[in-house]
Ligand binder design. Structure first.
Ligand code: HEM
Ligand code: HEM
Ligand code: HEM
Ligand SMILES: *[C@@H]1O[C@H](CO)[C@@H](O)[C@H](O)[C@H]1NC(C)=O
Ligand SMILES: *[C@@H]1O[C@H](CO)[C@@H](O)[C@H](O)[C@H]1NC(C)=O
Ligand SMILES: *[C@@H]1O[C@H](CO)[C@@H](O)[C@H](O)[C@H]1NC(C)=O
Ligand SMILES: *[C@@H]1O[C@H](CO)[C@@H](O)[C@H](O)[C@H]1NC(C)=O
Ligand SMILES: *[C@@H]1O[C@H](CO)[C@@H](O)[C@H](O)[C@H]1NC(C)=O
Ligand SMILES: *[C@@H]1O[C@H](CO)[C@@H](O)[C@H](O)[C@H]1NC(C)=O
Length: 399
């Protein structure tokens, strides 16, 4: 059986796929956007990953800052928001925002809004005055690519312009001048940065966060999603029946150990990411993740703590180890899909990549299972012929 080479091909292929996906994001602005900023003599520009927003700025002095922000807004009544936040970190609550709304009659409305904790709780968000001076503001829409943009000149005296909290957002629905709740995708939570306006380059935190998420996903899929099931296949089919291989034990142990190490590293990165990104939480994914880590740790205790094969409790230990093992495999499959769904709406490559892995694993499992039954019936027949009585049932049950 060329087992390990199968695993390697799977894992390597998968890593290659993900590596290409994890290529650094290109912060260059689009041609359309570059045209908009050069028309206004703004020379510095960056493209953010979150919501595909493009941002141009010119810092003259604290009392005169020019910005241009744009993002694709598909919906007929969509809106685009941009604002600064005087609180400690870039976040929704406390943002002094400019919000441009596409009206159903194709007119555009641009107003200032004070985004408070009540907004987050669901209270109406209506235009209001701000405690920051907006010297000039305009908005526009490029219908060829559904691109909504806002231009503003602000007096940011009192803000720290070398560490300015900016927040942007895109919504799909509005009622007159009231923007309605945005999507709850990761992109809509990542749409904030603390930037140095006085610099020509913006080092966006979002980039490293994206890379860590990719690493988290890869490690968890490789550890929990590939090594664990392969280790189970080894324990199930190579222990006694249909194949009796002396190396099954080492192979099972080390598959699960590698799986555990990769998975736990990925898990720790997940926790770090969860704690680093304030303001939202993926509850189901988090709870399942903590559960999985705890019980794989318990399962790993088998390394040292297990009754000897002759012990009378060994059969209970076997039952418990099997049950927990299969329960964990199911939970990890669920949580991997849950994790992938966190990356909506751009998660199709993850989804199909993992479905590919599942199909391969299911193929391997089904193949061995069919072969096991085939071998079992063959054996039974042979034994029946040999001595009339049958203890092949025993053999099957012992495996
Ligand atoms: C129109 C009414 C709005 C409602 C009802 C609303 C509601 C929410 C809610 C409930 C969350 C947390 C989601 C979760 O924990 O699962 C959230 C997050 C967020 N929202 Fe809004 N939002 C609105 C408008 C805005 C606007 C105008 C902006 C940008 C200026 C914005 C930017 C953000 C950001 C960046 C987050 C990520 C977490 C954070 O920074 O606190 N939202 N929003
Ligand atoms: C989280 C990691 C682990 C998982 C998910 C896991 C899972 C499983 C599963 C599902 C089986 C049953 C296979 C079958 O026959 O259907 C099994 C069997 C076994 N595992 Fe593990 N295992 C893990 C770690 C370990 C470790 C670290 C050891 C010991 C070093 C170990 C020792 C065994 C033994 C001895 C059996 C055979 C039990 C018997 O005789 O029935 N396992 N494992
Ligand atoms: C069984 C495997 C997995 C486990 C045990 C796991 C565990 C975790 C944990 C504990 C967190 C922290 C949640 C929080 O504190 O809010 C987390 C976050 C996250 N996980 Fe997973 N995860 C797994 C698989 C995946 C996969 C396959 C993906 C995507 C491809 C993924 C994507 C994410 C994302 C996007 C976050 C949120 C990060 C952030 O808040 O910035 N996870 N995961
Ligand atoms: C923006 O770009 C122009 C031209 O390259 C440069 O003179 C200026 O200092 C840059 N920085 C800011 C913060 O505007
Ligand atoms: C800030 O810059 C603008 C435009 O460059 C200029 O008109 C204004 O006088 C400057 N203000 C201060 C306080 O330097
Ligand atoms: C900018 O705002 C500050 C305080 O908010 C104010 O003192 C100053 O006069 C304003 N500057 C201009 C040019 O309006
Ligand atoms: C379009 O609708 C907005 C708000 O509903 C209204 O203020 C505006 O006058 C309308 N414009 C036209 C051209 O009908
Ligand atoms: C905007 O909301 C903040 C609280 O988030 C409040 O302190 C501030 O006074 C409000 N500004 C205006 C102009 O209402
Ligand atoms: C502004 O932010 C920079 C960078 O974080 C920091 O070094 C500086 O002390 C801050 N300035 C003020 C006035 O808070």
């Amino acid at each position: 059986m060329s087992f390990s080479s199968n695993t390697e091909v799977l894992v390597l292929g998968f890593l290659c796929l993900l590596f290409t996906m994890a290529q650094p994001h290109n912060p260059k602005c689009s041609d359309d956007f570059n045209k908009l900023i050069t028309e206004r003599n703004i020379a510095n520009c960056t493209k953010f990953t979150a919501l595909d927003a493009e941002f141009g700025w010119a810092y003259h002095n604290d009392s005169r800052v020019e910005i241009l922000i744009g993002a694709p807004v598909e919906s007929k009544t969509g809106w685009l928001a941009w604002g600064v936040n005087p609180s400690k970190r870039a976040q929704m609550v406390g943002t002094r925002a400019l919000i441009g709304i596409k009206q159903p009659n194709n007119s555009l409305t641009l107003n200032t809004y004070n985004v408070t904790k009540y907004t987050k709780l669901g209270c109406q968000l209506l235009p209001s005055n701000l405690d920051v001076q907006v010297i000039d503001k305009k908005m526009g829409f490029l219908s060829q690519n559904n691109f909504l943009y806002i231009y503003a000149v602000m007096n940011l005296t009192g803000y720290n312009n070398s560490a300015l909290n900016i927040v942007w957002q895109v919504g799909f629905h509005s009622d007159g001048e009231e923007p309605k709740m945005h999507h709850k995708y990761l992109q809509n939570f990542d749409s904030r940065e603390t930037i140095n306006l006085k610099n020509e380059k913006i080092s966006a935190l979002g980039e490293s966060r994206d890379h860590l998420r990719t690493v988290h996903g890869i490690l968890n899929i490789a550890g929990y999603g590939v090594f664990f099931p392969i280790g189970v296949v080894v324990a199930r089919y190579f222990r006694r029946f249909p194949f009796k291989k002396p190396w099954w034990k080492e192979a099972h142990k080390y598959c699960q150990l590698i799986g555990f190490l990769l998975g736990s590293t990925g898990w720790a990165i997940g926790l770090w990411l969860g704690n680093a990104s304030k303001g939202y939480i993926f509850r189901t994914h988090r709870i399942l993740g903590i559960f999985i880590f705890t019980f794989t740790t318990v399962q790993m205790l088998a390394w040292r703590l297990r009754p000897s094969p002759t012990d009378e409790y060994r059969k209970y230990w076997n039952m418990y180890h099997h049950f927990l093992g299969y329960a964990l495999i199911s939970l990890t499959i669920i949580n991997i899909f849950e994790g992938i769904s966190n990356l909506k709406p751009d998660n199709m490559h993850w989804k199909w990549g993992y479905i590919g892995i599942l199909i391969a694993l299911a193929g391997i499992g089904t193949g061995f299972e069919l072969y096991t039954w085939f071998a079992f019936f063959k054996l039974k027949k042979k034994e029946k012929k040999k001595n009339g009585s049958t203890d092949a049932g025993e053999t099957k049950h012992q495996y």
